[in-house]
Design a binder for this molecule. Sequence first.
Ligand code: PLP
Length: 386
Amino acid sequence: MTNFNVTPNRRDTLSVKWTLYSKDILPMWIADADFPAPRAIRDALHRQVEHGVLGYEEPSRAFNEIVARRMNSLYGWKVNPDWIICTSGVNNGYYIAARALCSPRKGYAIQTPVYNHFHELGESNRIPKRIAPLAKLTQGNKLRYEVDYDALKKALKGAGMFLLCHPHNPVGKIFSRGELTQMARLCIEKDVTIVSDEIHAEILLGGAKFKPLASLSREIADKTITLIAASKACNVPGLAAAFAIIPNEELRKKFHAAALGMSCEISILGLTASRVAFSGKVDSWLAAMRRHLTSNRDLLVDYVTRYMPDVRATVPDATYLGWLDFTQTEIDGSPFEFFLSKAKVALSDGKKFGEESAGFARINFGTSRMLLKEGLDRMRRAMGGL
Ligand SMILES: Cc1ncc(COP(=O)(O)O)c(C=O)c1O
């Protein structure tokens, strides 16, 4: 069984996480964990490489049945294997969706703060971005976010797509059934297609439960493109493999047409890893990984509460990402710059998740307990508390 507190040295690899900054910087930014992938996945990859021929491969009917069975066994969601289309990543999936559903006159709605690439989608494609900020609630030093339905309603006006992040990066929220239903109702009323990015769905913390949006009703499924991948939970994001589940035939055809020329291909190794992950063979590894991440989340929240009382923090239900609010502290200017220069810790800069989040930063706790503690100690020292 993997010991999640033993992390391989990644400094001498081409890891983006570990090489973007100089060697004195502890990287706690990009959503990439420091754990080796589950043994069963690595064994399957070895076998594939040993076969020797690494040609083009495509998901077969049998492969799509494995994915469909997983949706049924985890969520009771009956997916027809014909609804599944592979993409070379979840980002690739919503870029294709935007090509199918948006234009310079028809934008897309997002709920901020949200994953930086959701912002870049509009900027790089000249598609108007329509922002519906989440409502921020604070209780003591804990931060929580809720849907602002009025803001969402406004943002959906003139939008071709609502790009939902569920579970939400960076705030770690799993939307409730009630919230999902109400958001979907607004989209159906306004004839806006929902693209639900569910890449973090299997990184559940502390017994949290997850339901895919499209599993709630046939009517909602008909209006939804669901994007899934094994990449985050099994920590194989570099293998570039993801899947779009599109029950509505017309929408599926549109997606297919928009995918032409957008490298909607999947790598043979990505397909191999996904097959093992979705088959359920690594479920006990996933359970252990969730226990480790839950304990890291608790360490993070306890540490902030105890030693950084002016910092507010989310208590994420999912993901290995914490969202920290430094606006009540004495840090002047960007917390990202502050911790990079004074603590030698690279967080993710809050302003990349939304203009209103300049005083925030995201921390990645998908690492060993020791490195998490080291990062927090460095931050505490830089703030004058150690
Ligand atoms: C919400 C979300 N969507 C998509 C991605 C990227 O997915 P992929 O590497 O499959 O393109 C990430 C990575 O951090 C993410 O957090």
